[in-house]
Write a protein that binds this ligand. Structure first.
Ligand code: PLP
Length: 374
């Protein structure tokens, strides 16, 4: 029997440029609070078309500081999506505010603007749309409410709204994430992009223990956090930015191969593929998540794929049904039926820029065999 090489879920593209960038920082002796931080911020803001950017230790840290910047406080409500990575709702809890969930659109899997509008009350302080799986959320529709918006763009680098504005460049604080599976990685890290100079001053202070820019080493005029990103990470980020176009193009190509390879399972067996771009929106490809045909046992499918060397995982569980959120707010199944059904059927397949066409074929054939046997 031939032992096939295992196909991982994700793998970053790192090369000599990143190695050299790290070496340069090590040799400079300035590992933090050095020149690579503003250099990465400015290059990232320019790339997105945003005005200001603050490098932070994670996407979650960016969301937290973004929510604080728009004034979210204890007792406030923030309307958001239950179909997201848990960090987007957790960031609201950090401020003792309440994430109020609204159901998602069954096609884009993003917050449904009509459901979001219905969830707004007099206590709503902000809206927190998530550009899930890199597909642009309908932020223009949400902007009509005149409430502050904080965007979770952690999965959406490279995405563009239908009106031509890049995701993250609308002026609302928008958090990007640089964990190792993301379109651009610094290992761990994030960037908050924003239009307001006042927000930038506040965020820069709060990521650095509440220190004001013109103050001495130990003078802190507000509560802050240690959400800094190191020069080592920023140097890697700068090298990654140089290859971003190629990495995004490679991801889009892999997605195209998957679409072709899975077309028959989609049309004949009820496998649901990620939605195609429409209305001028452009996805920034992050993951390739399919919804299994109704009635198929997901755990068994994932196990069967693993046996033939294909990694996959459930992605994502609905946040409101996690134990913490059930305990805090008494959430129960049935509240957000679209999000719940999608969450139960979704599986992430291997997806990264260097995935080859033959590996995509192997994944598709393995899935076809498993679903035919099911
Ligand atoms: C939708 C979403 N929000 C928030 C985050 C949090 O980002 P980080 O892991 O960098 O804190 C992630 C990334 O994992 C994410 O996918």
């Amino acid at each position: 029997m031939t032992i096939l090489e295992e196909i991982p879920l994700a793998r970053p593209v790192l090369g000599e440029a990143e190695e050299q960038a790290v070496l340069d920082v090590l040799r400079s002796g300035q590992l933090s609070l050095g020149p690579r931080v503003p250099a990465f911020e400015q290059a990232f803001a320019a790339r997105i078309g945003g005005v200001h950017a603050s490098a932070v230790s994670s996407g979650t840290a960016g969301l937290h500081l973004g929510l604080r910047a728009v004034g979210v406080e204890e007792g406030d409500e923030v309307v958001t999506s239950p179909f997201s990575f848990v960090a987007s709702a957790n960031a609201v809890l950090y401020e003792r505010a309440r994430p109020v969930f609204a159901d998602i659109d069954p096609v884009t899997l993003n917050l449904d603007p009509v459901a979001a509008a219905a969830a707004i009350t007099e206590r709503t302080r902000a809206l927190l749309p998530v550009h899930i799986f890199g597909y642009p959320a309908d932020v223009p529709a949400l902007e009509a409410h005149g409430l502050p918006i904080v965007e979770d763009a952690c999965e959406a680098l490279g995405a563009v709204h239908g009106d031509g504005v890049a995701v993250g460049a609308r002026g609302n604080p928008a958090a990007f994430g640089f964990y190792a599976n993301k379109q651009l990685t610094t290992g761990e890290g994030g960037m908050l992009v924003m239009g307001s100079g006042e927000h930038k001053v506040r965020v820069d202070s709060e990521r650095n223990q509440g220190r004001a820019p013109d103050m001495g080493w130990l003078d802190h005029d507000r509560l802050g956090f240690n959400y800094r990103l190191s020069d080592l990470a920023c140097a890697i980020g700068l090298a990654q930015l140089d290859r971003l176009d190629d990495m995004l193009a490679a991801r889009a190509q892999v997605a195209g191969w998957y679409r072709a390879a899975l077309a028959r399972l989609a049309s004949e067996r009820g496998l649901v593929l990620p939605c195609e771009d429409f209305g001028g929106d452009r996805r920034g490809w992050f993951v390739f998540v399919v919804q299994l045909p109704l009635g198929v046992d997901r755990d068994a499918t994932i196990m069967a794929l693993r046996e033939v060397g294909v990694q996959s995982k459930p992605y994502l569980p609905a946040i409101h049904l996690m134990s913490l959120y059930r305990e805090l707010y008494g959430h129960r199944p049935g509240e957000f039926p679209v999000a719940e059904e999608v969450a139960e059927r979704s599986v992430a397949l291997p997806f990264f820029p260097e995935l080859s066409e033959s590996q995509v074929t192997r994944v598709a054939e393995a899935l076809e065999r498993v679903l035919t046997a099911a």
